[in-house]
Write a protein that binds this ligand. Structure first.
Ligand code: NIG
Ligand code: FE
Length: 388
């Protein structure tokens, strides 16, 4: 196996509490892992070497919440929303119709295209949810497609109730918690429920999440995106890895998150794209909650794949410092996926790295919309050539 040294790193942001931030740094990659990190002057010999010419290096972004398996788009719905129409969960059903009509090949190539877009913008780990199939066969297809692109696949059969089960929600909950879960679980690490106004209530969510846990899946919850409700408390009670959205939070919700291992995953692309008030990241952080940032990439509420954009929104609109937002988009995402091999630069971690066309990560929010991702390495493999 050959080793590669990355030298000339102007600033290395590790998120390893012992290493912190290192000026004038270098690191060495062996296969898919980091095997040495330290001052540039002390870098050991390696088979190959690449000089980053003073660029800042950060961990690759960890996008812990996406919905990449779908067909079609909802640009017309977005356009209508920007003219005053409200966002409702009902729009999901139009993507369900398009997804059911698409072939496996179409779904795979479309999702792979989004993954490529993400890699080029610095995202090296991507969770992918099902949730636009909503029949046993179409959810299993979606889970299978997702499993070819990510090790963190989430079964979201409980996204909304599909039209053929209108007025038979209990029957749909039984299907999701029974045969649909059985069909999808082999492809999945996680189960999620959209527990909110116009979606699933807390009892239905508990039934589905408990069935998923019994089948060996970890828990995540779409919680309190559209309205205040019991979903955050449910996530904490069931020790879910993450409560996602957290747009509407009571004091009790914040206390519950702060006193628990459940990560609050904030998705500011959704508030941007639905023209909604942003979640109060500052209150969560000040209370001691662990906060992650993710894109929520989906065709309805947040059709962005760009973590740097979410960092800029979190800093400008949600009261996060640039350092807190970068941590949330890397290490925070890893915590939300209960992973310690990504989101951090240290010996033994995966060599998932981003070199910025900037001297510091503050520029991600300071220069919003500017393509600052000079190069990405995923598992030690360079994805984007510098200048390319
Ligand atoms: O996370 N909230 C539920 N699901 C998605 C929206 C999906 C859609 O509108 O298609 C979300 O925002
Ligand atoms: Fe979502």
């Amino acid at each position: 196996m050959s080793t590669t040294a990355l030298t000339g790193i102007g600033l290395l942001v590790t998120h390893d509490p012992e290493l912190g931030e290192l000026p004038d740094a270098a690191l060495v990659i062996d296969d898919d892992r980091i095997v040495w990190v330290g001052p540039a002057a002390e870098v050991p010999d390696a088979d190959e070497s690449s000089d980053l010419d003073g660029r800042c290096v950060i961990p690759g972004f960890v996008d812990s919440h996406t919905h990449l398996v779908f067909a079609g788009d909802r640009a017309a719905e977005f356009e209508a929303r920007m003219s005053g129409q409200p966002y409702t969960a009902g729009g999901i059903r139009s993507t369900v119709a398009a997804t059911r009509a698409a072939t496996d090949e179409d779904l795979t190539s479309h999702a792979a295209g989004l993954i490529a877009e993400m890699l080029a913008s610095g995202t090296t780990t991507t969770e992918i949810k099902t949730g636009y199939g909503l029949s046993t066969v179409d959810e299993e297809r979606s889970a299978h497609v997702a499993s070819r692109l990510s090790g963190d696949v989430t079964f979201l059969g409980a996204h909304v109730v599909p039209p053929e089960y209108a007025d038979r929600t209990d029957d749909y909950v039984a299907l999701v918690a029974g045969p649909m879960l059985e069909a999808c679980a082999p492809y999945c690490r996680w189960i999620d429920v959209f527990c909110d106004r116009d979606a699933f209530d807390v009892d239905q969510a508990r039934t589905i999440l408990t069935a998923g846990a019994a089948r060996g899946l970890g828990l995540r919850v779409h919680a309190n995106q559209l309205a205040n409700g019991p979903a955050v408390q449910l996530a904490v009670e069931l020790a879910a890895a993450s409560a996602d959205h957290c747009t509407h939070l009571s004091d009790a919700d914040i206390d519950a998150l702060a006193g628990s291992p459940t990560v609050a995953t904030l998705l500011p692309g959704a508030e941007f794209s639905t023209r909604s008030p942003y979640p109060d990241a500052r209150r969560l952080l000040d209370a001691g909650a662990t906060v992650a940032l993710a894109t929520d990439c989906n065709p309805g509420s947040s059709y962005t794949s760009n973590m740097a954009f979410c960092i800029a929104l979190a800093v400008r609109e949600m009261g996060m410092t640039p350092a807190e937002a970068l941590w949330a988009a890397t290490t925070g995402g890893a915590r939300a996926l209960r992973r310690d091999d990504v989101g951090v630069i240290m010996v033994g971690a995966r060599a998932d790295l981003v070199a910025l066309q900037a001297p510091s990560p503050v520029h991600l929010a300071y220069r919003p919309g500017v393509p600052l991702i000079a190069a990405t390495w995923k598992g030690g493999q360079p994805i984007t050539a510098i200048g390319g």
